[in-house]
Design a protein around this ligand. Structure first.
Ligand code: HEC
Ligand code: HEC
Length: 308
C-alpha cells in the first residue's frame, strides 16, 4: 500500500472526521467564508452554533450581559453604556476590539497595572472604568458567563495568535497636533446628530439608543477611551456609525481630542487631589485629565461618587 503524504493525510482525516460529525470544525479551517468583509479577519461562529448544553447556557447569558449590561448586571454598572457600544456587533466586529481577538492573547502582561492579567481581570477593568461601575469579583457568575461567550466566539482561532482585526488599528500620529477646537466643528457636523450636541447621547422609551460620549453617564477618566489616541483609533475605524473610515486621520484625532476634553466621571483611582491623580496615572500627552478647559479643571470635581 502507498503511504500518504502529510497533506493528503490531513485532508483524509478531515474527511473522516466530517463523516463522523465533526464537520463544522473542519469546515471552519477550510472554508473561505471564514474570511470577513473587513480585510481577512477571523469570523466568529454565528449565534446559531451556541451549543444546547450547560456551557451553551453560559454563552447565551454572556451574550446577554454583553449587549444589555445594566439590565443583566445592574449591581456592576454605573453609567448608560453597554459592552457592545464600544465592542461593536456584540463583540464580533474586526477593528473594534473584538472578543475573539482578545481572548486568545490572555493571560497577558499589562503596563496599566504592572502584572500578568487573566482574561477575567481584563474584563474587570472595563467594568470599573468604561462602565464606571464596580468590578465583579474574580469567578463571579457575571465574569464566568462573559468569559464563556468570548471563548465561544474564539472557537477555531489559534491560541496566542495576533489575529488581523484585533484591537483597533493604530492611527499614525496626526500631521498637526490634535486640536479640540477643530474637533468641536467635526463633532457638530458628523456626530451630534446621534450623540447629541451636549454629548449625552439619546434615549427613546427609557432605552439608550445613542450612547453618551461625555458627562456623568459616560466612561470615566480611568477608561482607555479617555486617552485621545485610543479614542482616535476607535473613531477612525468605526464612526460615524456604519461609516467607519470616512473621516480623515486629522478629523479623527481632532474630534477625539474634543470629546476627551469634556467633563466625565472621576477616575476611581483618585489619589486625593487632581494633581496627584494626574501625576500617578495620567502623565501623558494623550490625557487631558487635570488640564483646564473653558475655565474648568477636568477631573477637578473631587472624590469619585459611590459606584454604581
Ligand atoms: C467606553 C467604551 C468601552 C466599553 C463600554 C467597554 N469597553 Fe472593553 N475596551 C475598551 C477599550 C478602549 C479597550 C482597549 C482596546 C485596545 O487597547 O485595543 C477595551 C478592551 C477590552 C478587552 C481587551 C481587548 C483586547 O483586544 O485586548 C476586553 C476583553 C473588553 N474590553 C471587554 C469589555 C467588556 C466585557 C465590557 C462590558 C462589561 C466592556 N469591555 C466595555 C472600551 C470599552
Ligand atoms: C448614525 C449615528 C451615529 C453617528 C453619526 C455617530 N455615532 Fe458614535 N455611536 C453610534 C452608536 C449607535 C454607537 C454604539 C454602537 C453599538 O452599540 O453598536 C456609537 C458609539 C460610539 C462610541 C463608543 C461608545 C461611547 O458612548 O463612548 C464613541 C466614542 C463614538 N460613538 C464616537 C462618535 C464620534 C466621534 C462620531 C462623529 C465622528 C460619532 N460617534 C458619530 C452612533 C453614531
Amino acid at each position: 500500500m502507498k503511504t500518504l503524504g502529510p497533506a493528503t493525510a490531513f485532508v483524509a482525516i478531515l474527511v473522516i472526521a466530517a463523516a463522523f460529525g465533526a464537520a463544522p470544525l473542519a469546515v471552519r479551517f477550510l472554508a473561505p467564508q471564514h474570511r470577513s468583509t473587513r480585510g481577512d479577519a477571523f469570523v466568529p461562529p454565528p449565534d446559531a452554533e451556541i451549543p444546547n448544553d450547560q456551557f451553551g447556557k453560559q454563552v447565551a447569558l454572556g451574550r446577554e450581559l454583553f449587549i444589555d449590561t445594566a439590565a443583566a448586571a445592574p449591581q456592576f454598572v454605573g453609567n448608560d453604556l453597554k459592552c457592545s457600544n464600544c465592542h461593536l456587533d456584540r463583540g464580533r466586529l474586526a477593528n473594534s476590539a473584538p472578543l475573539w481577538g482578545a481572548y486568545v492573547l490572555f493571560p497577558q502582561y499589562r503596563a496599566k497595572n504592572g502584572h500578568v492579567n487573566t482574561f477575567q481581570e481584563r474584563m474587570q477593568g472595563c467594568f470599573r472604568y468604561s462602565m464606571n461601575g464596580k468590578a465583579p469579583p474574580l469567578g463571579d457568575p457575571v465574569l464566568v458567563a462573559l468569559e464563556s461567550y468570548a471563548a465561544f466566539l474564539s472557537r477555531g482561532a489559534p491560541m496566542g495568535a495576533k489575529l488581523p482585526g484585533r484591537g483597533y488599528p493604530e492611527l499614525a500620529r496626526p500631521p498637526m497636533a490634535a486640536d479640540p477646537v477643530k474637533g468641536r466643528s467635526v463633532y457638530a457636523a458628523d456626530c451630534a446628530l446621534c450623540h447629541g450636541a451636549d454629548g449625552a447621547g439619546q434615549k427613546a422609551g427609557g432605552q439608550t439608543v445613542f450612547p453618551p460620549l461625555w458627562g456623568p453617564r459616560s466612561y470615566n477618566w480611568g477608561a482607555g477611551m479617555s486617552d485621545i489616541d485610543k479614542a482616535a483609533d476607535f473613531i477612525k475605524a468605526n464612526m460615524p456609525f456604519s461609516e467607519g473610515g470616512s473621516l480623515t486621520d486629522q478629523q479623527a484625532w481632532d474630534v477625539a481630542a474634543y470629546i476627551d476634553s469634556r467633563p466625565r466621571p472621576q477616575d476611581p483611582r483618585y489619589a486625593g487631589s487632581v494633581q496627584e491623580t494626574r501625576a500617578k496615572f495620567h502623565e501623558t500627552t494623550q490625557s487631558m485629565y487635570g488640564k483646564t478647559v473653558d475655565g474648568q479643571t477636568l477631573g477637578g470635581d473631587g472624590p469619585p461618587k459611590a459606584a454604581p
